[in-house]
Design a protein around this ligand. Structure first.
Ligand code: VGL
Ligand code: ZN
Length: 268
């Protein structure tokens, strides 16, 4: 039988909705607070200071008391990392580059881009599997340095989850779950699943980068996802507005800490 396109669209929609339901039904019943990149590097005196970042810390400390599961992420780069402007000839901070990878996640060289200190491979056209847009930054959050440590002001407990990301020199990871090409996973999903988490509240830095990508991936993975906006700080107003719009479109709820804290301990 020949179907018209609206029938096909309806079937596709019905199928995606039911897959979504199956995925979330597989997730647990607990709620987690996901604290993205509240590290010295993104705070005053840090290598990539995000203005006002320190002001969200007391809110995060208050929020965490409501959660059984708390996970912190750390942007955790090696000394030489693809996201550093200093490794790309002629590039300024916040410029955008395009990166390509083969099926095994090897970075492909590109004659239009002069990159130093990072391993690249010559790929033929049909070897290219992933194309990724990447912004470049000052050198930041170098692993195992005081700059990359979680803020001392954060309340931490021994059962808290800590996950590192962005440690592969050839590929960045804005998201706490996957790298920017979507071809490597952190251990975060497995750790949340182990604790039967089904709903995540995302806070931290930066709203328009790592908070945005982490929240989108959380939602895609089947967690009910909420961003507590006044417990985040972003870099650019325009990209923050875009992030909030995109997240809302995707069904991610944007709440205030007041509404979350005011909702009563029993409910969380
Ligand atoms: C981040 C830029 C570069 C973030 C990390 O944590 O949002 N932003 N690396
Ligand atoms: Zn980074």
């Amino acid at each position: 039988m020949k179907k018209n396109s609206s029938t096909t669209q309806f079937l596709f929609l019905a199928l995606s909705v039911s897959i979504g339901h199956v995925v979330s039904a597989l997730k647990g019943h607990k709620e987690a607070l996901l604290v993205i990149d509240v590290q010295n590097c993104f705070l005053p005196g840090g290598s990539l200071n995000v203005e006002g970042g320190e002001r969200i810390i007391p809110i995060i400390n208050q929020l965490r008391e409501r959660f059984e599961v708390v996970a912190f992420t750390r942007d955790w780069h090696p000394k030489h990392h693809i996201s550093f402007a200093s490794h790309h000839e002629g590039m300024k901070v916040f410029d955008e580059i395009t990166l390509q990878y083969d099926k095994d996640g090897n970075l492909c060289s590109d004659p239009s881009r002069k990159t130093s200190n990072i391993t690249e491979k010559d790929c033929s056209e049909d070897e290219i599997e992933h194309t990724v847009k990447q912004q470049v930054f000052v050198d930041h959050c170098i692993m195992d340095t005081p700059d990359s440590a979680l803020s001392q002001e954060l309340v931490k407990q021994k059962n808290d989850i800590v996950v590192n990301k962005g440690s592969n020199p050839e590929v960045d990871s804005y998201s706490a779950f996957f790298n920017n090409g979507g071809f490597e996973k952190t251990e975060l999903e497995a750790l949340l699943d182990e604790k039967q988490v089904g709903k995540v509240y995302v806070v931290g830095i930066a709203l328009d980068f790592c908070v945005f990508w982490s929240a989108k991936d959380a939602q895609k993975l089947g967690y009910e996802t909420i961003v507590i906006k006044d417990a985040t700080k972003g870099i650019f107003q325009e990209s923050m507005d875009h992030a909030v719009e995109e997240m809302t479109k995707q069904g991610i709820q944007i709440l205030t800490s007041e509404s979350v804290l005011g909702s009563g301990k029993e409910e969380l």
